[in-house]
Design a protein around this ligand. Structure first.
Ligand code: CP
Length: 360
């Protein structure tokens, strides 16, 4: 039995199969109406959400299942000090599958170790958001007809934008994909994406500061919000928040076949006037998220039925003698959670926290 913590846990074949299932759901929804009858999805959202939580819940309802859960930490016993581990054990008594969002990086991973049902990471801090990536992949596939041989521009907050990290991890595995990383220098992609994914796999990428200069070469433009809630210094956010605004003038510089994606919510990084452009795919992308979450729930529940044993943590290469210094890591707050590291690059002597991927 497994859940989904990182998009890297799914092979390219599995990603393609999920996309195929989602397309079949779109074509024949009636075939799926009772696939999850008598099954329950628990949505444990310790952080705000519109799309992810509601699309998970809509997905389970459209599969004939039921939903339970909470939409803010203050209405759960986390507000009384209950740990993620205990929460996951308790919810395993009431539901068949969990979707969890948490502000601490690695929290869904910790929940998965404790739960006896599959746990899906619905966004952990500024780290990962694998099910948004599933929505992104289906959208690119439907809009452009392929996931290979694409130049993908990612623009905005590449440091804290968890959707960016997961999308790069996924798309790096398709042939002929190049990335143009468009950000201010303060918001460049973090080391775990650069040194675990892009560099070791020799993925072509360049880093630029100007959206206008880059937009003409892109097949996909993935806009992102500057993530106010992740900034330690509010003035830094104020300084950077309007760095990029996609407007109709900039869209004139783009290819006719380019598509614009955004995980949403948007603040003001895409002018509302762009919404009328047929290349603006972000509302279709939000709908695609529901279909991909349906496909994922089906897959994980089928796998759990076939193999209900919890997946044991691979302890063979774990290191216990380092301390994670990321204040946003779950290991900073979860009771008695061991510090766990893995060597990710023997030559460069790089060790990363198992929960949040920060270098130790
Ligand atoms: N894309 C996304 O995660 O949106 P929500 O925060 O509304 O779930």
């Amino acid at each position: 039995m497994r859940g989904l913590n990182s998009i890297l846990e799914l092979s390219v074949e599995e990603l393609d199969q999920l996309i195929a299932t989602a397309k079949d759901i779109i074509a024949h929804p009636e075939n799926y109406w009772d696939k999850c009858a008598h099954k329950k999805l628990a949505t444990l959202f310790f952080e705000p959400s519109t799309r992810t939580r509601l699309s998970f819940e809509a997905a389970m309802l459209e599969l004939g299942g039921s939903v339970l859960g909470f939409s803010e930490a203050s209405s759960s016993s986390a507000s009384k000090g209950e740990s993620v581990t205990d929460t996951a054990k308790i919810v395993s008594c009431y539901a068949d599958i969990i979707a969890m969002r948490h502000p601490k990086e690695g929290a869904p991973y910790v929940a998965a170790q404790a739960a006896s049902i599959p746990v899906i990471n619905a966004g952990d801090g500024g780290h990962n958001h694998p099910t948004q990536t599933l929505a992104d992949l289906l959208t690119i596939s439907r809009e452009l007809g392929r996931l290979h041989d694409l130049t993908i521009g990612l623009c905005g907050d590449l440091k804290y934008g968890r959707t960016v990290h997961s999308l790069i991890e996924a798309m790096s595995r398709y042939p002929g994909v190049k990335f143009v990383l468009i950000s201010p220098k303060e918001l460049k992609i973090p080391g775990f994406v650069r040194y675990n994914v892009l560099e070791p796999h020799h993925i072509p990428y360049k880093e630029v500061a100007s959206l206008e200069d880059a937009i003409g070469e892109l097949d996909v433009l993935y806009m992102t919000r500057i993530q106010r809630e992740r900034f330690d210094d509010p003035w830094e956010y104020e300084r950077l928040k309007d760095t990029y605004v996609l407007n109709t003038e900039k869209m004139k510089l783009a290819k006719d076949a380019m598509c614009v994606l955004h995980p949403l919510p948007r603040v003001n990084e895409i002018s509302v006037k762009v919404d009328a452009d047929p290349r603006a795919a972000y509302f279709r992308q939000a709908l695609n998220g529901k279909y991909m979450r349906m496909a994922l729930i089906l897959k994980l529940l089928e796998e759990a039925k076939a193999d209900p044993k919890p997946v044991a943590l691979d302890s063979s290469e774990l290191e216990y003698d380092r301390i994670c210094r990321n204040p946003k890591c779950i290991s900073q707050v979860e009771q008695e959670l061991p510090q766990l590291f893995r060597c990710t690059d023997k030559e460069a002597d790089i060790h990363r926290c198992v929960y949040c991927d920060q270098r130790g």
